[in-house]
Each structure stands twice: as structure tokens, then as C-alpha cells.
Ligand binder design. Structure first.
Ligand code: SF4
Length: 331
């Protein structure tokens, strides 16, 4: 439906707020394209199916954009407005997303942008002054409409021009989500809880792993997948060791191994998959083999063989997991 002849691009996370923001504008006859920007730090569970389901329910097209490389190079390690509680540079991240969306307006034939931000909802990125910083960073000025909080904000271009009726938008502020939940019920939205959690940069454990990683190595897009799975250990000579905790981890580790790492597996016992820095010293390799074996179905009385890359190591597992503790990367 595009009764007004106007089109908007909505920054879309897959969450309830951005879906409702889309609905509020779409129901006024504006064509909306939902844009999901992938910065690489989404949770491990695939969100794509969920996002498509949400877009289907409000009747809009979903487009996704991978900006992982640009995000690492330009935003993550040098945010103008700093970090939130963990490794999350939310103001800069939002500003960057809106800047990218703004650049897509012309090629996609859009007249304005939409976001599901709510004034005062999140401590870092959605305070009123933070919203202004985001608008300033992205140079979106008054083409950025926040339909859930519009009435609590100055009128934007689409409101002043009558492309959308400000009276039909909302004025939500603060953390209470009653209005959103009621609206979701009224319009019959289903399954709107996001699967598998949100952005890992807001997670304390993940942030600690990331902080530790960059003390030893330059983070590249290919490194991110391994950071999302397994137990992470730093060995005495500096090698990174990752050991799977369960089947899903093992599969993820195997898929995430890059030329920077070598795969570890037990040859004659059931056990986890691991990964170790390809440039690990011989002594770190021996220790990695022993530690990985200790996490397998092995016995300290029985030596076992562990393959690292193309080499086989005969090791005796530790008699408990205690010796591994001192190598764990801590929060
Ligand atoms: S939570 Fe993550 S994705 Fe969202 S704005 Fe913050 S850094 Fe960006």
C-alpha cells in the first residue's frame, strides 16, 4: 500500500519497537522498506527468519546490509561518544547506521527515515540528548522520524510536510513498555520476542573476550565468529585456545576456524573440538592438547592422542579441570 506516494527506509532490528514504528508509518499509507544493518555482533542464533516473520506481519519488504568491515575499521575502536557499560559504542553505532541509511535514500527512492528509538528507553543511546547526538552524527537532521516518540520530539520534515499525520504517531518516553505491548496485541503481532538475545557488544563476557583479544591481535571480521563460541583460554606463550562446550559449540568452532587457527580433535576418545593459534609455540600446543583431552571422555590414567592441525600429540589428561582455570579469559 502506498497511498501517499512517499517511501521511507526503516532501521530495523527485528525487535518489537522497530516493528511498531514501521506499522505506525505504513498504516498511514507510506511504503516502508525495512533495512537491517549487520555489524557482525548479533547473537549466534540466526535472526534472519525472525526478521522476515516480523516484516511479513506488518507487510513490508526486508533488506539486509553487511557493514561488518566498515564497522570494525571506523566505529568499534574509535567511537566519538565512547562506550556504554560494555564494549557497545551505541551512539556512534546508531549514528553510523543512520548515515548509511541516509545514503541509501536516493538509490532506493525514499523520502525519509524511520527508527524505533524511544526517548529515555535505554541508558546510553536513547536519552534525549543521545538521540540528538545520533541525529547530528548521521546528519539526518529532520528527515529522521521516530514514530514511537514523535509527539515528545520537535516535528520532523515528514510531519511538517504532511507525509505522515503527527497526530497518529505516539509520544512514548521512558522504559515502561506497556504502550508497545498493548499495541502489539491490538494489531495481532505474534512471536515478537527476539530469539537468542541481542547485540553481543552489550554482553559483559563477550566484551571481556573482545578486550583481551585486541591486546594480542588485530580484530578482523573473520575473527568474530570464533569469539562467539567455546571456552576461551590464553596459554603461557600467548597462544589462544578455544575449547567447545557442547555439540553446537563444536560445530561453530569448526566452521569458524580461519588460517590464523588450527583445529584440535581427540583421535581415540570422544571429546570437544578446539582451535589454537596457528603460530602457537610447541609448549603451548602440548598444553592445548592436554587441556582439550581433559575436557573429553578421557581418564588421567590413560594417555590419549590429540591431533592439532597435521600433527599428533600423545598426552595424558589432567586429573581435573582445575589446571585449566588459570588460563581462562576473565571478565
Ligand atoms: S546495542 Fe549494539 S547494535 Fe545496538 S546500537 Fe549498541 S552497539 Fe549498535
Amino acid at each position: 500500500m502506498n497511498k501517499t506516494g512517499h517511501r521511507a527506509i526503516a532501521l530495523f532490528s527485528g525487535g518489537l519497537d522497530s516493528t511498531l514504528a514501521i506499522h505506525l508509518v505504513k498504516s498511514q499509507g507510506v511504503e516502508v522498506i525495512a533495512l537491517n544493518i549487520d555489524i557482525g555482533f548479533g547473537s549466534t542464533k540466526s535472526k534472519l527468519e525472525h526478521m522476515q516473520h516480523m516484516c511479513d506481519q506488518v507487510g513490508v519488504e526486508l533488506r539486509t546490509l553487511d557493514i561488518r568491515d566498515q564497522y570494525l575499521k571506523e566505529i568499534l575502536f574509535n567511537p566519538k561518544y565512547g562506550y556504554g557499560k560494555n564494549f557497545n559504542p551505541c551512539i556512534d553505532c546508531h549514528g553510523n547506521m543512520f548515515k548509511i541509511a541516509k545514503a541509501l535514500m536516493e538509490p532506493w527512492g525514499a523520502d525519509f527515515l524511520i527508527s524505533g528509538e524511544v526517548v529515555g528507553q535505554r541508558p546510553m543511546s536513547q536519552r534525549r540528548d543521545a538521540l540528538d547526538l545520533v541525529t547530528g552524527l548521521s546528519e539526518t537532521d529532520d528527515i529522521l522520524l521516530r514514530p514511537l516518540s514523535s509527539k515528545a520530539l520537535p516535528p520532523t520534515l515528514p510531519e511538517r510536510e504532511g507525509w505522515v499525520d503527527r497526530e497518529k504517531l505516539l509520544g512514548i518516553t521512558g522504559r515502561n513498555r506497556e504502550v508497545q505491548l498493548k499495541m502489539a496485541e491490538e494489531i495481532g503481532l505474534k512471536d515478537y520476542e527476539k530469539p537468542g538475545g541481542g547485540c553481543l557488544l552489550t554482553d559483559e563476557n563477550f566484551s571481556a573476550k573482545l578486550r583481551e583479544f585486541i591486546q594480542h591481535d588485530t580484530l578482523e571480521v573473520e575473527d568474530i565468529a570464533l569469539l562467539k563460541c567455546g571456552r576461551h583460554l590464553r596459554l603461557p606463550d600467548g597462544a589462544k585456545l578455544v575449547i567447545g562446550r557442547h555439540k553446537e559449540d563444536n560445530e561453530m568452532i569448526e566452521a569458524a576456524i580461519t588460517p590464523k587457527y588450527e583445529k584440535i580433535r581427540l583421535i581415540d576418545a570422544i571429546g570437544p573440538i578446539g582451535a589454537i593459534s596457528a603460530n602457537a609455540s610447541e609448549s603451548d600446543r602440548e598444553l592445548a592438547a592436554k587441556l582439550t583431552a581433559t575436557y573429553g571422555k578421557t581418564s588421567p590414567e590413560k594417555p590419549c592422542t590429540v591431533q592439532i592441525g597435521n600433527m599428533v600429540h600423545a598426552v595424558t589428561p589432567f586429573d581435573s579441570k582445575e589446571p585449566a582455570k588459570k588460563y581462562f579469559i576473565k571478565t
